[in-house]
Design a binder for this molecule. Sequence first.
Ligand SMILES: Nc1ncnc2c1ncn2[C@@H]1O[C@H](COP(=O)(O)OP(=O)(O)O)[C@@H](O)[C@H]1O
Ligand SMILES: [Mg+2]
Length: 304
Amino acid sequence: MRKGYIFIGKGGVGKTTCSASLAINLAGTGKTLIASLDPAHNLGDVYGVNLSGKPEKISDNLFAIEVDTDLLTKKYLERTVSRIKGMYAYLKVLNLDRYVDSLKYSPGIEEYSILEGLTDLISLDYDHIVLDMPPTGLTVRVLTLPYTALIWIHKLMELRNEILSRRRAVESITGRKCVIIDGEEVNIPIREKEDPVMRELKEKKEKMELVKKFLSEKCSIFLVANPEPLSLFEGERAIDALKNFGLRVSGVIINKYTADNEITERLEKIGKAVKVPLLSSHPHGIDMLKEVGKTLFGIAEVSR
Ligand SMILES: Nc1ncnc2c1ncn2[C@@H]1O[C@H](COP(=O)(O)OP(=O)(O)O)[C@@H](O)[C@H]1O
Ligand SMILES: [Mg+2]
């Protein structure tokens, strides 16, 4: 068994229902946390309990959290501003507050804060962590972010090294380690170990490597789809997109299945395609979900 279980799929296919069901059954084997990382949470509704941004115990060995991604974005921006202000205090001309205001709306910020939420969870002391994710597009961007971010971080580290090496070259000619800004002498870092920008890049690199390792080595990814063409096609595209980054989907759950449904051949072949029948009422509450979870428990043991 792995530590992380990630449920992906189109909106409305049953990711929250399936992840909530599996989590109840995993709790029978160890301390389990289920986390909703979908900004449009409905995990609490599915269990029939009030959840918050902190893990709440909802039954024996089972804890649940609805991660507050807006709060994470706010905290991330505040931290970034204070760090940038610290690093570039000498650049008074830079209107940082305006820059940060625009960052709130910058593309990628939602993905980044969801990834921050995920990173915070993996260090917590649980045997199993079940992740109920947002719909496919956003989730694929979140899961592949560590891979693309690491490419950027390496490039930025190379550039920073070049800047530092040029500063050292200037110092060796002028004998000075400072620059004149607005008529004032300002000391600037010229070596890697004294450079706060390089320190920041290294910290980011370590964090991204940690989450990348968790995703690729400790997680199983399950695709939830309904037996209808659009959901199946979207599922197939998500599998391909993740494969490009070396992330493999280990199992497929065909939810809301009825006997007359056709399933594309390809999805049938991926791992074990588990079928969860279309129930006559909305699955909710611990007892009903436990029943659904029994069907899913087998896929948690699928090894890759
Ligand atoms: N097997 C099922 N049978 C009947 N209704 C289901 C089943 N699975 C999920 N549902 C219903 O489908 C809707 C969407 O489910 P949800 O788990 O919230 O999807 P998602 O998290 O993928 O958006 C909910 O109303 C849920 O109760
Ligand atoms: Mg959901």
